[in-house]
Design a protein around this ligand. Structure first.
Ligand code: NDP
Length: 402
């Protein structure tokens, strides 16, 4: 019996639940809990056949989580709520003796600063009681970490540079909408950029560095350098890496609206007084924007996320590009969610499968690149995210600026 408790019934939660339900031999019993019960019930109804049981939970409350976990008695919790809930859910897992998985690192609600230090601080607590916590089992972080671990295992003696490139060429027809939680998305892209070079972080202004890259199956797109959370663990775990950067593409309409949002302060996270009540501008903006879950049926086009990796083997230079291309409409047909939720939810299911099958089971708190990449890479091909692994000698620095 491998009963799982999935927490969070948003876009990613929908995909994880669908994917787990497709594999009853691994996920024999599925519970889906979230703040809004009706969203859980809707996903359970989509899947049908009484395969998914649902519950309401406030995942900010450790006692509520503990009560639910004790009632459900799962083997593990798959946390696909928001990064703000990571620590409360980890605390509840420790209290009840249950393994843990998430897709995004902890971020305090009142400070736009995500880092692993809070969750890494739980390593000994998990280790001492023989439990596993797997961090960042989405696409980026997640699959990107595994691509790099796979490259190191099979193609390189030493990796010198990595450029992670994330292109979402999906068109949902709205002038401005975000493909995942708007609060998290806008906090991420309006922060200063940062990349790793020669043992230190180099900081940039938001969107200061850009290039045009010709993404396979999509075409040329403008991409901008951002800080992204997988770089924190990868620069620690990939020995001797000299430079690591993360690039994300944005369309003209998205950039135009984002500039206006910033200029008028709608991206603020400090509460302001409005008509006698306190409101947080970014939360207000979230209420105005389309729900990412509603973008699924409207989104056309593809995503391409991959890693361009350079280094050497046996003294000879090696350059590999490992990437996945997903089609929004195909993702929607299968799980009723668009590609960004799909590319996050599938690796969350596979990470959970690795843990339940004992392939990635070690006491403590771990990032994805710390486990053997091969079984995970095999399952990506099997369960909806096939990858390409090609020779590629493109130098990102010689590409035109956007
Ligand atoms: P959504 O906003 O669509 O869904 C989040 C869900 O969590 C909602 O159902 C929400 O409930 C629920 N939730 C929020 N707060 C609580 C709470 N206190 N208690 C219980 N449930 C709560 O987000 P996504 O599905 O797009 O993203 C889910 C996670 O995946 C996020 O952490 C995100 O950062 C991460 N992610 C990771 C990626 C990767 O590649 N690694 C890429 C994309 C996302 P309600 O419906 O009531 O609001």
């Amino acid at each position: 019996m491998s009963r799982v408790l999935i927490i969070g019934a948003g876009g990613v939660g929908r995909v994880v639940t669908h994917k787990c339900a497709q594999l009853p031999e691994v996920f024999s019993d599925i519970w889906l809990a979230s703040r809004t019960l009706s969203k859980c019930d809707q996903i359970a109804a989509e899947i049908g056949g009484d395969k998914v049981k649902t519950a309401r939970v406030d995942a900010d409350s450790v006692p509520e989580l503990v009560e639910l976990i004790n009632k459900v008695q799962p083997k593990m919790v798959i946390n696909v709520a928001l990064p703000y809930q990571d620590l409360t859910i980890m605390d509840a897992c420790l209290e009840t003796g249950i393994d843990y998985l998430d897709t995004a690192n902890y971020e305090p609600l009142d400070e736009a600063k995500f880092e692993y230090k809070w969750q890494w601080a739980y390593h000994d607590k998990f280790k001492d009681v023989g439990l596993t916590a797997l961090l960042g089992s989405g696409f980026d972080p997640g699959v990107t970490n595994v691509y790099i671990a796979y490259a190191l295992k099979h193609h390189f003696d030493k990796i010198d540079t990595v450029d992670i490139m994330d292109c979402n060429a999906g068109d949902h027809g709205y002038p401005f909408a975000t493909n995942f939680n708007p609060e998290i998305n806008i906090r991420e892209v309006t922060a200063n950029g940062r990349y790793w070079q020669n043992g230190d972080w180099v900081e940039t202004q938001p969107m200061e560095l850009s290039r045009v890259f010709n993404f396979p199956e999509i075409g040329p797109r403008k991409m901008f350098l951002l800080y992204h959370e997988e770089m924190e663990s990868l620069t620690k775990h990939i020995p001797g890496i000299q430079r690591m950067r993360f690039w994300m593409t944005f369309g003209e309409s998205y950039l135009k609206h984002l500039e206006v949002i910033q200029n008028i302060g709608l991206d603020g996270i400090e509460p302001i007084e409005f008509n006698g009540q306190q409101i947080v501008p970014l939360q207000f903006l979230k209420a105005l924007l389309p729900d990412p879950a509603s973008l699924g049926p409207r989104t056309k086009g593809k995503t391409n996320i991959g890693c361009l990796i350079k280094g050497s083997k046996g003294g000879k230079p090696v350059s590999r590009y490992i990437y996945n291309v997903s089609d929004h409409e195909a993702c929607y047909r299968e799980t009723q969610a668009q590609g960004v939720s799909y590319t996050t939810g599938v690796p969350a299911m596979i990470g959970a499968k690795m843990m339940l099958e004992g392939k990635w089971k070690q006491s403590g708190v771990w990032n994805m690149e710390q486990f053997d990449p091969d079984p995970f890479m095999g399952d990506l091909n099997r369960y909806g995210l096939p990858w390409h692994d090609i020779e590629c000698d493109i130098d990102v620095d010689t590409l035109p600026e956007a």
